[in-house]
Design a protein around this ligand. Sequence first.
Ligand SMILES: [Zn+2]
Length: 362
Amino acid sequence: MTSRPLHVRGVVLPDDEVRDLWVVGDRVTLSPVPDAETVASGGFVLPGLVDAHCHIGVADGGVPVESVEQAKALALLDRDAGVLALRDAGSPIDYRVLDDDPEVPRLIRAGRHVAPPKRYLRGLAAEVGEAEVADELVRQADRGTGWVKLVGDWLDRDRADLGPAWDPAVMAGAVRAAHAAGARVAVHTFGEEAVSALVRAGVDSVEHGTGLDDDDIAEMARRGTALVPTMINVLTFGSIADQAQAKFPGYAQHMRALQAGFPAIVRNAYEAGVPIYVGSDAGGGIPHGLAAREMVLLRQSAGMSPLDALAAGSWGARAWLGLPGLVEGGAADLIVYEADPRADLAAVLSPQRIILKGRVVR
Ligand SMILES: [Zn+2]
């Protein structure tokens, strides 16, 4: 069954040109198509939002979803907020069957988190000792679509503070193995120690990155390593600290300090030219559909320009993840805003029209 072609007219960003676009099936064309239904005739057109760090395989409370249907329902919350592409930064369940679901945003998947035994949220990660990290990352590379997720640090109960997941040389070897298997490597880090070694080991993206110092940031800028700061997640560090206070007061204090220092780190990374992308870290404690909110935080707290915040959560992130934008033959994902989000970024919170995979969502 083929649906009727669609027609959209508006100011296409970032090119800043009034353009007519036609949607035929799952493709965009700039050539007029007869009998198309006009679904937007003004406003500002983007190739959809991107949440480059979320978890549709993790339900409320940080537990695995019970079914692929539940994962799909979470992805639809993102879609309905205009998020038309997701990079899943770790899922305990294999939901690859959703890759071709016409209702589900474009999926870029990292397989399962890889973490040391009992050093991550219970039941989510593939938990392995240091002898197996490299092999496990390679296994997860096969399960994902181009990415793997390494937990670089976590609470170390012996230290009563954050500590690297494994020895730096072990993690560097695992990064090399994942690269040799054709996967890009995303690393979870909160503390200072692991991230410093992992950036120099050549990881592709630092997730959270609350422990980055100026040297690490300079190294990331030099290498082109991406930062996905998940500012929404970092705002929850205070409650992580409160829960840990009685047992691990030093860790709690560390987490509060990391939160307090974070906006400045993201600002420094931005000013140093580190590529920054929008990630909400939805799944577990954080609701889905907050990518636009993260964009606003990047503007307000980290000083990103509206255009750069838009790139970080839309066309720039799509290019980074290998997804085409609104070009001839490109994917038929687009979003229309009534107001110009470059003038007031808050416009991204109110999409007027959403089209995913050639179908009108709203
Ligand atoms: Zn996450």
